[in-house]
Design a protein. Structure first.
Length: 286
């Protein structure tokens, strides 16, 4: 395993496989730079391998098919390629999984960046996982587990990986710091070029507000998404008109924006998010 922080979770999964105690579905933190996709692919091949040891053998027919990208019993939805994962793609995946395994072994369905699933898509996945076919495993990565339906999360087993914080969200933390300074009027608001960048700023906005809420509730710094912003968020705690209910309202606003964006192609997310930012910024300046 190229990434040291993935070794421990890997060994645990291999042990579960040997003991025939594998769960039907696993989910883990999506973090490409830190190897989350590589981990899922490795696990995918391991599950399909006909003679696995501590990892896939790399020599059997299943392994060769997998390595050439032609294994007929595995399917992937990559949220990295799309704005949202709609119900149709989940249903299609579901239909593929219902077929008899071509290679007479297990079947593996993968969803990367599952936080991009619409609510409908999440519900469709939930239905499958409520009565999972016994010969199928689901491997799911998500950039934000809290964005998955709680009922869905309860059907999957969390693979805990201690990613190094520096890799975890350095880029996002920089953006969050920039946003916080803009909202306080210390610099210009970021420019939202297109819907992709607006969506990523929307995620940063929501996470920043959630962190701010935690700080207001006197939660320890280590539970924050952007830990290095703890001091900044604490310092602005003296704005007593920005209280828990105000922050919660803004968090819901972010979630509604995301839902509207995922529900229709016509909405101008960059414009709407800029409006929200301006309003928040006005409130903050008293
Ligand atoms: Zn093999």
């Amino acid at each position: 395993m190229a990434f040291p922080w993935l070794r421990e979770p890997w060994l645990q999964l291999v042990a579960s496989a040997k003991a025939k105690r594998l769960a039907h579905a696993y989910y883990l933190q999506h973090n490409v730079e830190a190897g989350s996709t590589e981990f899922i692919q490795r696990l995918n091949q391991f599950l399909l391998c006909k003679q696995p040891g501590k990892s896939a053998c790399g020599k059997c027919k299943s392994c060769l098919l997998y390595q050439s990208g032609n294994h007929p019993d595995t399917w992937t939805i990559d949220g990295g390629d799309v704005n949202r994962i709609g119900v149709d793609s989940v249903r299609e995946l579901q239909r593929s999984v219902m077929q008899t395994a071509n290679q007479n072994g297990l079947k593996v369905a993968v969803i990367l960046q599952a936080e991009k699933m619409t609510e409908q898509a999440g519900n469709a996945l939930l239905k499958v996982l409520e009565e999972p076919p016994s010969d199928t495993h689901w491997l799911v990565s998500t950039a934000d587990a809290e964005r998955l339906l709680p009922t869905l999360r309860s059907r999957m087993q969390w693979v805990s990986v201690s990613y190094p914080p520096s890799i975890q969200n350095e880029q996002q933390t920089t953006s969050a710091k920039e946003l916080l300074e803009s909202l306080r009027g210390l610099r210009e608001l970021p420019v939202l070029k297109d819907k992709e960048s607006a969506l990523s700023w929307l995620n940063v906005s929501e996470n920043l507000l959630l962190d701010w809420l935690l700080v207001n509730q006197r939660v320890a710094a280590k539970r924050l998404r952007y830990q290095s912003l703890y001091d900044d968020l604490q310092q602005i705690g003296h704005f007593d008109w920005v209280n828990v209910s105000q922050l919660s309202e803004w968090v819901s606003e972010c979630r509604q924006l995301r839902q509207r964006f995922q529900g229709s192609t016509g909405i101008n997310l960059p414009l709407l998010l800029s409006f929200s930012w301006s309003r928040w910024s006005e409130t903050l300046s008293g």
